[in-house]
Design a protein around this ligand. Structure first.
Ligand code: SAH
Ligand code: SF4
Ligand code: F3S
Length: 453
């Protein structure tokens, strides 16, 4: 594992839909065959997987959740760090074996690895049947026997309709060129979705029972209405907040974050009081090398505005350690910033060189053992701060939104109004609220006592 994080990012499991079919029942009911979609990486891929799911269902396939049961397997992949590719290689190795045994018939690789040159090497090495990038996902339709569909956004997604929570992509791609980052080359430049279109989708989802929407994009706060009417992200957020009972957004970029957005989080009751604002480094020298476009002071100011306007709000970030050129002094500045900002959680990553990015050819590399030491120091600093903050929440009475219902013998997983993860012993289904007092806390999660209502 190259990367570790305070709240580890795992491949996002597919949600099991109510009444999903097994391979057996699908075959007896005369479906075309069975298909399994495995999603890795960020919510962009989750969104694309929903679109692909619609295609396979339209083509008459039944969705299954294990490779052994599938005729067709689609791996929707992430390329952001090398360990994301290692993980996919593991899955491809298993699929080669299942194909040899005649269980799986075809394998398609889609998503961000598909958009990178390396996908051709993987195709040859593992005998992949179809490789698609991020801009031609619609070609999957032909692969599963449908006429080609050329569309960028799907107004209605079968995977989200009627679900208690839904993700809504408001922009794709990214116009930044951070030194280390592969996303702009695999996802392309920013494309924003029109405001009316987003609001109409939210209205439709809310009418079908959705109570929590998350607005998605690589830099959501860079959103501008494509009509050129000057509407910015805060306008969109405020409109969505009028329609949706609960709304959150991710990811934001410190250069685009407006104070009025931070104020809106505090003012609008339906906006979750949680901000994810990746800082990457606390050193101005590193922020410049990374082309982040802001100084640590701007970041601190934004956090101040957030704290003033959203008392008790939850704050998280992303940090990279060991980027080429990072000195002991730079690292100290990152630790200092972590100490000052009071993050509730952080995704901490060791720099992973990506072919074709500026940082991959920069030289001046940080030795792996130094990167590892810095990684652990940042991780511990975040955890220490988060643990202290969480201890202070013990005794608070919280309205808890249930995200995942209770598993057998376990607790339901929910979040406080400020979006902090909390475990609670309730049978309430996802989408409901329950009231309980926080009884104990670790560095990552709060634990609530018996629900009061
Ligand atoms: N668009 C978001 C995040 C994109 S990728 C933003 O700008 O903040 C998610 C996180 O992965 C980044 O915030 C960064 O911390 C990390 N990351 C991206 N490329 C990386 C690389 N080459 N090595 C290590 N971490 C990386
Ligand atoms: Fe990557 Fe930077 Fe764009 Fe985020 S803002 S996706 S880190 S290039
Ligand atoms: Fe990974 Fe692509 Fe998202 S590289 S982080 S799945 S945009």
């Amino acid at each position: 594992m190259i990367k570790k994080s305070v709240t580890p990012q795992r491949p996002i499991p597919l949600l099991r839909k109510g009444g999903h079919e097994t391979a057996e029942s699908a075959r007896t009911e005369g479906a075309m065959g069975t298909a399994c979609i495995r999603t890795f990486g960020c919510q962009m891929n989750v969104h694309d997987s929903d679109r692909m799911r619609r295609m396979i269902l339209d083509a008459g396939y039944a969705e299954v959740h294990s490779y052994e049961d599938a005729d067709v397997v689609i791996l929707n992949t992430c390329y952001v760090r090398e360990n994301a590719v290692d993980r996919v290689r593991g899955h491809l190795g298993e699929l080669v074996r299942l194909k040899r045994e005649g269980r799986v018939k075809k394998v398609a690789l889609t998503g961000c690895i598909g958009a990178a040159e390396e996908s051709q090497e993987l195709r040859e090495q593992y005998g992949i049947d179809l490789v698609l990038g991020t801009h031609n996902t619609y070609e999957l339709a032909e692969f599963v026997g449908l006429p080609t569909m050329r569309e960028t956004f799907t107004p209605e997604l079968p995977g989200t309709k009627g679900a208690s929570s839904a993700f809504i992509t408001i922009m794709t791609g990214c116009n930044y060129q951070c030194s280390y980052c592969i996303v702009p080359s695999v996802r392309g430049r920013m494309v924003c979705r029109p405001l009316e279109n987003v609001v109409a989708e939210v209205e439709r989802l809310v009418a079908s029972g959705t109570s929590y929407v998350t607005l998605l994009g690589q830099t959501v706060d860079a959103w501008r209405d494509p009509s050129g009417d000057g509407k910015k992200f805060c306008d969109l957020l405020e409109q969505v907040a009028e329609v949706a009972p609960r709304v959150w957004f991710t990811t934001s970029h410190p250069s685009n974050m407006e104070d009025r957005t931070l104020r809106a989080i505090g003012e609008k009751p339906s906006i979750v009081k949680r901000l994810h604002l990746p800082v990457q480094s606390g050193s101005d020298r590193m922020l410049k090398i990374m082309h982040r476009g802001y100084k640590a002071e701007r970041y601190r100011r934004k956090i101040e505005v957030f704290r003033e306007n959203v008392p008790g709000g939850t704050l998280s970030t992303d940090i990279i350690v060991g980027h080429p050129g990072e000195t002991a002094q730079d690292h100290e500045e990152t630790l200092k910033l972590v100490g000052e900002c009071g993050f509730d959680s952080a995704y901490v990553f060791k720099f992973s060189p990506r072919r074709g990015t500026e940082a991959a050819d920069m030289g001046d590399e940080v030795p792996p053992e130094v990167a590892q030491r810095r990684f652990m120091q940042v991780l511990r600093a975040v955890e220490r701060g988060a643990f202290e903050r969480n201890q202070r929440k013990i005794g608070n009475l919280e309205d808890i939104y249930i995200r995942h219902g209770r598993s057998e013998g376990g607790k339901a997983v929910g979040e406080t109004w400020s979006g902090h993860a909390v475990h609670v012993a309730t049978d309430s289904p996802p989408g409901n609220y329950t009231r309980a007092r926080i009884e104990s806390a670790g560095p990552h999660v709060l634990y609530a006592g018996e629900p009061l209502a």
